[in-house]
Design a protein around this ligand. Structure first.
Ligand SMILES: [Zn+2]
Length: 72
């Protein structure tokens, strides 16, 4: 469960982010062409103050990246 960092209210999670006018979501990728899709960007919104934050649900690929960076 996510709590709003502003007012500590329980947030509504698992919302999709879409580009206005299109059916496309937003994904996070590494820099460069043909890099892995690191996960779909999700959004949580606080029903009280309207604060919205984004997050990636599956962080396993991101965790792998931090491990790789440490080895370098
Ligand atoms: Zn809030």
């Amino acid at each position: 469960m996510r709590k709003c960092i502003r007012c500590n209210t329980e947030m509504v999670e698992d919302l999709d982010i879409k580009v206005e006018g299109g059916a496309y979501g937003i994904k996070i990728t590494q820099q460069g062409l043909f890099k892995d899709n690191l996960g779909k960007l999700k959004c949580a919104v606080c029903p009280k103050c309207g604060f919205a934050e984004t997050y990636i649900q599956d962080t396993s690929k991101i965790k792998k990246l931090t491990l790789n960076n440490k080895e370098k």
